[in-house]
Design a protein around this ligand. Structure first.
Ligand SMILES: NC(=O)c1ccc[n+]([C@@H]2O[C@H](COP(=O)([O-])OP(=O)(O)OC[C@H]3O[C@@H](n4cnc5c(N)ncnc54)[C@H](OP(=O)(O)O)[C@@H]3O)[C@@H](O)[C@H]2O)c1
Length: 355
């Protein structure tokens, strides 16, 4: 199968290339960068140089997609990943779809169903809202059946992946206490901000430091509410605060939920066990065990730890993922597996890189 990556010089592009190197019968035939067009991929990512399929790949200009297809139609990818900045995918996805390839988009440009939410949360007007209804939100645990036939998959955000998986069983079972707001507190490694340098993510600003950011209004909030409300068949309200921690990769999310109709931790555990019983990439910790980011590093796993504060009727869920893998590239490869009819775990690494 031929695949391509637009935005191959960034962190999620690199992570995708690592994942795809482990997927049998997969050939990456197109990689792009505007700034590095014409140069060798392995000059930008020397860590990929050991894989023969990448040694001769040349970065191409994403503005020339139509010309590339016209000149060499046989090499044009069947599926193209968009690993570009927010807003850039809006212009690229329709072009790629018109060229006959399927799209797996890693940005937030097609995740929200209501176009009115984009100016408020992303600060732009959506340029092709007609695509929002056909885009399938690419969280396999929720939308596996629809992903199978999708032409445009909106791969979930990293924070929302950790939050939605933490809350899905409680929302579906109607156990969130009515009229309450779920509190969500997430901590992310710095690779979540991408490879492009900015003052806030240089070493001396991040090392030995721990800070919240976008305390109100983070753009991932409506995506969580959209998917959880869909599961709950009613409005789910949540308040989300992200933090930056001095590590390269990983997300640890703590979610605080006021519940109703709950008898104790064993009931909650049974609900989660049942909900995730056929899910290969969600692991429930044993009672009392606390999930750690190092146990999922470099993998597609989401580890969940369940805790119940009986005095306050509060359920606390700790969820950990690797932001670049489960939060981006490996989840995107699982979506590729689903939409191409392959086994869901084809090529997916199952062992974390620890320490
Ligand atoms: N980092 C994470 O943990 C993570 C997790 C989930 C989702 N995401 C999302 O995934 C996307 C990529 O993130 P990243 O961390 O890989 O970013 P990044 O490291 O900054 O890389 C961005 C890539 O996109 C290319 N690009 C940027 N603007 C473009 C445009 N207008 N047209 C074509 N190519 C463009 C860049 O190369 P050129 O500028 O040379 O073209 C570069 O290759 C973002 O939307 C991000 O929100 C990231």
């Amino acid at each position: 199968m031929k695949v391509g990556i637009i935005g191959a010089t960034g962190y999620t592009g690199l992570s995708l290339l690592r994942d795809l190197a482990g997927r049998p019968s997969t050939e990456v035939t197109l990689v792009t960068s505007r700034k590095e067009a014409g140069g060798k991929l392995i000059k930008i990512h020397p860590s990929l140089a050991g894989y023969p399929g990448y040694r001769e790949l040349i970065l191409e200009d994403p503005n020339l997609l139509e010309k590339i297809k016209e000149k060499e139609p046989a090499r044009f990818p069947e599926v193209i990943f968009l690993a570009v900045k927010h807003k850039a995918a809006m212009a690229l996805a329709p072009r790629v779809l018109n060229l006959g390839s399927k799209v797996i988009d890693l940005t937030g440009d097609f995740r929200l169903k209501e176009k009115e939410l984009y100016p408020k949360w992303y600060k732009f007007e959506h340029e092709c809202p007609e695509y929002l209804s056909q885009a399938i939100y690419g969280l396999p645990e929720l939308h596996r059946d629809k992903i199978k036939n999708a032409r445009l998959v909106a791969n979930p955000g990293c924070y929302p992946t950790s939050v939605i998986l933490a809350l899905a069983p409680l929302c579906q079972e109607g156990l969130i206490r009515q009229g309450t707001t779920i509190m969500v507190d997430s901590k992310s490694g710095v690779s979540g901000a991408g490879r492009e340098p900015s003052l806030g993510n240089i070493f001396c600003e991040v090392s030995e430091n721990f800070r919240a950011y976008k305390v109100v209004g983070h753009q991932h909030t409506p995506e969580m509410a959209q998917e959880l409300s869909f599961l709950a068949k009613g409005r789910i309200s949540l308040s989300f605060t992200p933090h930056l921690v001095p590590m390269n990769r990983g997300i640890c999310t703590t979610t605080y939920v006021l519940v109703q109709k709950v008898s104790g931790l064993s009931q909650i555990t049974e609900i989660y066990q049942d909900y995730y019983k056929n899910e290969p990439f969600v692991r429930l910790k044993e009672q009392g065990q606390i999930p750690e980011t190092l146990d999922v590093r470099g993998t597609n796993f989401c580890d969940l730890g369940l805790f119940y504060d009986e005095d306050e009727d509060v359920v606390k869920i700790i969820s950990v993922i690797d932001n670049l893998c489960r939060g981006a590239s490996t989840q995107a490869m699982v979506n590729l597996n689903i939409l191409s009819g392959a086994e869901e775990n084809l090529g997916v690494n199952l062992v974390a890189l620890r320490p």
